[in-house]
Design a protein around this ligand. Structure first.
Ligand code: ZN
Length: 273
């Protein structure tokens, strides 16, 4: 069996301290939580940062630098930096692209717009075109975050135009309010329409985090766990760290017989240069 890449989504941009006291907010907290998740078995660390004054997500380069410098110094993890900014607040494109300056191996590429509660998470063609061109020019691999099946077709069109380099790597985001539900049928459909040679990983938002990790694991894909996707460890019980969410996936994978990819192995699977 192919080794399993676990990505850890450390903090996201929207979860507040009121929702859970365990969400990392300060740069040092985000870095330490990322390092702990790597120690627990995550080979890819997906990073958002927060404005220390407001606690909200920001694309401020100096804060990304502080966090990534620390993680790079202490781990060999693959870094996947967000370009989403704050979904629903829709920061200007240049601001969203700032983390590319740190030359991470991967950045997120949200392949379309969707409704989130009463707001719209905007990812218009102008943003996708610019992001695709910038990642190509810098040799950064986009992690294609798709919330519904139509977004897969968008990515295929970008690949046909030469704006995305094959093999593509998809991150299915299931169980969000405006996207496809976190069900076996959704996952099956999405994997069936992927272009040949693609790799994929799955996120189950909220209560579906564990079930989607288990499904992704047995279907031969890769998985993401972490506080960005669910602040709960189990019903009514808050997760205290990202590491404990990663450790649980590692335990289940070992019982199932799927070995965990090291960062070096993850780089090989994802074709990172
Ligand atoms: Zn994210």
């Amino acid at each position: 069996m192919k080794k399993l890449i676990i990505t850890a989504g450390i903090t996201g941009s929207r979860i507040t301290r009121e929702q859970t006291p365990y969400i990392p907010v300060l740069p040092e907290e985000i870095a330490i939580s990322g390092i702990e998740a790597w120690r627990a078995g995550a080979s890819v660390i997906h990073i958002h940062v927060r404005d220390p004054r407001t606690g909200l997500g920001t694309q401020e380069l100096s804060i990304f630098k502080e966090v990534t410098d620390r993680i790079r110094a202490e781990t060999d993890a693959v870094l996947c930096l967000t370009t989403s900014g704050i979904p629903g607040r829709n920061l200007p494109v240049p601001e969203r692209l700032q983390p590319l300056a740190l030359q991470p191996e991967m950045v997120s590429f949200d392949a379309g717009s969707l409704n989130l509660n009463q707001t719209v998470f905007l990812n218009p063609p102008e943003f996708l075109d610019t992001l695709a061109r910038e990642t190509l020019a810098r040799g950064i691999k986009p992690e294609l975050e798709v919330f519904d099946a139509g977004m897969i077709h968008t990515c295929i069109r970008y690949a046909e135009k030469g704006l995305l380099k094959r093999p593509l790597h998809f991150q299915f985001v299931l169980g969000t309010i405006g996207g496809m539900p976190a069900t076996a049928k959704s996952l099956l459909h999405m994997t069936e329409i992927l272009p040949e040679g693609s790799t994929w990983s799955v996120i189950g938002s909220g209560a579906s985090q564990l079930s989607m990790c288990m499904m992704g694991m047995v279907m031969g894909g890769h998985v993401r766990a972490g506080l960005e996707d669910s602040i709960y460890y189990s019903k009514g019980v808050l997760a205290k760290t990202n590491a404990e969410l990663v450790e649980r996936v590692v335990r289940i994978a070992k019982e199932y017989g799927r070995d965990i990819a090291t960062p070096a192995e993850a780089r090989k699977i994802l074709g990172l240069t």
